[in-house]
Structures are given as C-alpha cells and as structure tokens.
Design a protein around this ligand. Structure first.
Ligand SMILES: Cc1cc2nc3c(=O)[nH]c(=O)nc-3n(C[C@H](O)[C@H](O)[C@H](O)COP(=O)(O)O)c2cc1C
Length: 220
C-alpha cells in the first residue's frame, strides 16, 4: 500500500505563545473539554510509552481516569508488562491525538503508584463484571493457552462473587500517576507550519502564579 499522495491541510486552530494560559493544566483541561464537546470518542484514551531495563520501548493505550494538580492517573495491573517496565524505569511518555481537532498533546514525566485507598475507591466504582475481569487477567500480559480457560475462570469467579457480593480489590491492581514534567501542545496548521508550544518545569523559576512552568515554541 502506498499512502504518499494522501494529505490533509490542518486548519482548525492555532496556538499563540503570548496567549496560552500560564498553567499547562488549564490548557490541557480546556483542550480535553473541547474534545468531549466535539464528541471525540474517548479523548481520555492515551498512548503510554514505557521502557524497561532492556531499553526496548513499549507502547499501548490506557484510559486516563483523572487529571490531578500534578499529573494524570490511569489504572492497570501492576504485574503487567508495563508494570514491570515502570518498576525498572519510572520515566514515561504519554500521547493524546484528537484527529477531529487536529491536536496532539505529548507528556513526559515520571510514574509512581498512587495510594491503595484511592485505587480501592476507583476499583469499587467499576461495574461488577469488570471487577471480576481484573481478577481473571492475572498476570496481565501473561500467556494463556486459549480463550476457554479465561471464560471458565470468569464464570467460576462470578459464582464465587455473585452480583450482590463485594469483589475485593486485587493487590496486584491499581493506579499510577504520571507527574507532568514537560507537556507539548501541538495544533496542526496549513502548509506544515504547525504550532508547538512546550511547557517545562524549571524549579529555579517562578511565574506570576508562583509556578515553575516555562514555555517555548518549537519548530514543527
Ligand atoms: C481503548 C483502550 C483502552 C484501554 N484501557 C486500558 C486501561 O485503562 N488499563 C489497562 O491496563 N489496559 C488498557 N487497555 C489495554 C492495553 O492497551 C494493553 O493491551 C494492556 O494494558 C497490556 O499492556 P502491557 O502488556 O503493555 O502491560 C486498553 C486498550 C484500549 C485499546
């Protein structure tokens, strides 16, 4: 297949370094709100790149569940392949791409487990069968001979934990927070003249809000 003649002109927006908010969180939340308003499907789905001791990057989609004052939270199995990577190297990159808005947001930062009470609160909010599914997928990313084994385990666990019985939060499952150290906002423009504004944390600097974000424009 050849895609070399396929191109789009991106003309839906622009980014001005003088006009962007001082806090990247404000801009991130406003872009996320616009994506939701414009009915982008699951705009909180993000590509998460990790790299373990083997130095081979891995990327997969996870769902962002919260934007905090310092970063973003997602939930997963701590014993999954990504969990192993994170245990070996707590640096990660995250990418959101919203085609409908011609926007990309790229985050880099360090990852750490959130406290287990918070994970427990979120787990207990999930639908009952998703909770059961989390127990089935242990260890997530481990090999299984066939789907039937998975389904039998699921049915067995549903018998052990009927709808009216609380499913305990697995201790191998929970949230991670990616603390944002750098975040780039990319707005597509015509003629490949895209806007790229990056916010970086610089502890030696304080802006008018007392925050340490410095911005710069990058060549597209
Ligand atoms: C739309 C979408 C949402 C997903 N959300 C999650 C999630 O929130 N947490 C998770 O562990 N896996 C999620 N997955 C599955 C992951 O992409 C991945 O297959 C799984 O976490 C195993 O990754 P690993 O082997 O790199 O650890 C999602 C996949 C898709 C396509």
């Amino acid at each position: 297949m050849d895609f070399s003649d396929q191109r789009l002109s991106y003309e839906k927006g622009e980014l001005d370094q003088q006009l962007v908010p001082r806090s990247p969180f404000e801009l991130f939340k406003s872009w996320m709100s616009e994506a939701l308003e414009q009915q982008v499907q699951e705009p909180y789905a993000m590509s998460l790149a990790t790299c373990g001791a083997d130095k081979k990057p891995s990327v997969r989609i996870v769902l962002m569940r919260e934007i905090t004052d310092s970063g973003i939270i997602f939930y997963t199995n701590y014993e999954s392949a990504k969990g192993q990577d994170i245990a070996e190297n707590p640096n990660a990159e995250v990418l959101f791409f919203w085609h409908e808005l011609e926007r990309q947001v790229r985050i880099s930062g360090h990852i750490a487990k959130i406290n287990s009470d918070k994970s427990d609160t979120y787990f207990q909010k999930r639908p009952h069968d998703s909770q059961v599914g989390a127990w089935v997928s242990q260890p997530q990313s481990g090999q299984i001979a066939n789907r039937e084994i998975m389904e039998q385990t699921f049915e067995q666990l549903k018998t052990d934990y009927p709808e009216d019985k609380k499913v305990p939060t697995p201790d191998f499952w929970g949230g991670y927070e990616v603390t944002i150290e750098e975040i780039e906002f990319w707005q597509g423009r015509a003629n490949r003249m895209h806007d790229r504004i990056v916010y970086s944390l610089d502890k030696s600097y304080k802006n008018e809000d007392g925050a340490s974000w410095v911005t710069k424009r990058l060549l597209p």
